[in-house]
Design a protein around this ligand. Structure first.
Ligand code: HEM
Length: 444
């Protein structure tokens, strides 16, 4: 009998290492993936040469976006625009346009300016005040993807970033911590040291790392919280990006595996990976390795791949899709019932089905968007942003995930209750007010 993932699923790991190495949508066997060095080589010189970010440039929790800005695939000041995100990241990585439209649209709604599509790849920034009268007002309060972007698209138990509301210690959600980076390297050695992957990083390593990072947060952070959108869509998908987007590819390994030296460049580390004491992280200096090859055009990483890979991980590790958190002490994890969030349509196991998982993500975004915008904007700016829910956000979600009628009632209103309604004041990690001084990311 399958167990209900409300309170128990973080304690055990019943199907350890069961994530497939050929993850995402069904594809040809790994060795038969297409590879074309010419098509897959990207420019790292001229306008795409690596340049150190300036002190006022924004850099944050995403090594992919930071590296893109350092190589001019995104604006070097770290203020992303819809066009540069969709075109620049597609050209750089082979991430598909449908995935980028989804990532960009949701991020601009929750963390930036949903009307212009501008957002900071770091924290809040006064630089956005230069962007024109409407954008001034809109972006004046925008969070960016770290700092107060916490629990919008940024979540706890990240690959190497800290938990924002961890009371002491590693609690920046923008910077990377060597301790967690080293745990990932050690895990790759533990799982792949004796096989053909020779200590490199594969999907199974990333899935196990995500599970362990959750266990770490539950055991160390009384304010740990895993929200329905960021916790299910962004944090697990970011784990998969280490292999799907950052891998080293060549004739013999066309699908790619991620080697440690390249991973260090992507994550802005130098030093000796065998010792945590010698690993040095430099904020905002992420770089695309010279050996990098983007995904083959016939083998792009699509939104369907993102959802399928998260669902595959949820089969092996039900904790992946657990919504909820600690209740103010460590090891007090309590889950939120998926039935309450979905008006009784889904239980926890439903999210192991990629179609239902996609609908759940769509449902969560739609139930949260109005409140997120109301907390951010006012007056005519708020109205313009609210209007764009029906003109921009919902059509994109319908196109991405289908109408998902099981979850929506009249006027597209989600049938379930919102996370905050259900949770009340139970989770300090969800309700705690944070000082505005924490809204800003470090200067690179
Ligand atoms: C529009 C596109 C993108 C958006 C909006 C985005 C956003 C984010 C956000 C919000 C996080 C923090 C997640 C968390 O809290 O765990 C994150 C982390 C991450 N992203 Fe991205 N990202 C994008 C594209 C990419 C690309 C193209 C790559 C790879 C080349 C990438 C690789 C990663 C990785 C590896 C992490 C985890 C970092 C860590 O925990 O140390 N992302 N991204």
């Amino acid at each position: 009998m399958k167990r209900d993932c409300r309170t128990c699923c973080h304690e055990v790991n019943p199907k350890k290492y069961a994530v497939p190495d050929n993850f995402g949508l069904p594809r040809a066997p790994l060795s038969q993936q297409p590879f074309d060095a010419k098509l897959q080589t990207i420019s790292l010189s001229g306008e795409h040469e690596w340049r150190a970010p300036g002190p006022d440039d924004q850099r944050g929790p995403c090594p992919g976006l930071n590296a893109a800005a350092n190589h001019g695939y995104l604006p070097r000041d770290g203020i992303a625009t819809r066009e540069t995100v969709i075109n620049g990241l597609h050209e750089m990585t082979g991430l598909s346009t449908d995935a980028l439209v989804f990532l960009e649209t949701t991020t601009s709604f929750f963390d930036g300016d949903p009307v212009s599509g501008k957002w900071s790849i770091g924290g809040r920034t006064p630089k956005s005040a230069l962007l024109g009268p409407l954008q001034n007002a809109l972006l004046g309060e925008q969070s960016g993807i770290c700092g107060l972007g916490h629990l919008k698209s940024e979540g706890d138990a990240s690959i190497t970033r800290g938990d924002f509301l961890q009371p002491t210690g590693e609690n920046s959600n923008c910077r990377s911590y060597p301790k967690f980076f080293k745990e990932l390297i050690d895990l790759a050695q533990e799982m792949n040291g004796d096989n053909e992957y020779k200590g490199q990083i594969t999907p199974r390593v990333m899935a196990e790392h995500q599970h362990r990072r959750k266990l770490h947060s539950i055991a160390n952070n009384p304010n740990y919280y895993s929200p329905a959108f960021a916790g299910i869509a962004f944090t697990p998908a970011a784990h998969h990006f280490v292999v799907a987007m950052m891998a080293t590819r060549n004739e013999t390994q066309p699908e790619g595996v991620t080697a440690i030296p390249e991973l260090m460049e992507w994550f802005s580390y130098t030093g000796d990976p065998s010792s945590v004491d010698t690993l040095t992280y430099k904020y905002g200096y992420e770089r695309i390795p010279s050996t990098y090859k983007r995904r083959h055009p016939a083998n792009q990483w699509t939104l369907a791949d993102i959802v399928a890979a998260v669902a595959q991980q949820a089969v092996a590790y039900p904790s992946t899709t657990g919504v909820g958190g600690n209740t103010g002490t460590v090891n007090s994890f309590a889950g939120i019932d998926l039935g309450d969030l979905t008006g009784g349509a889904y239980n926890a196991q439903a999210l192991q089905d990629p179609y239902k998982l996609g609908c759940f993500i769509s449902n969560t975004i739609q139930s949260q968007a109005p409140t997120a915008l109301q907390g951010l904007l006012s007056g005519s700016q708020l109205q313009a942003a609210l209007d764009s829910i029906s003109t921009k956000l919902n059509p994109m979600l319908d196109q991405s995930f289908g109408a998902c009628t099981a979850l929506f009632g009249d006027n597209r209103k989600p049938k379930g209750r919102t996370e905050r309604d259900i949770a009340g004041s139970k989770y300090p990690g969800l309700t705690q007010k944070v000082d505005d001084s924490r809204a800003y990311s470090e200067q690179p």
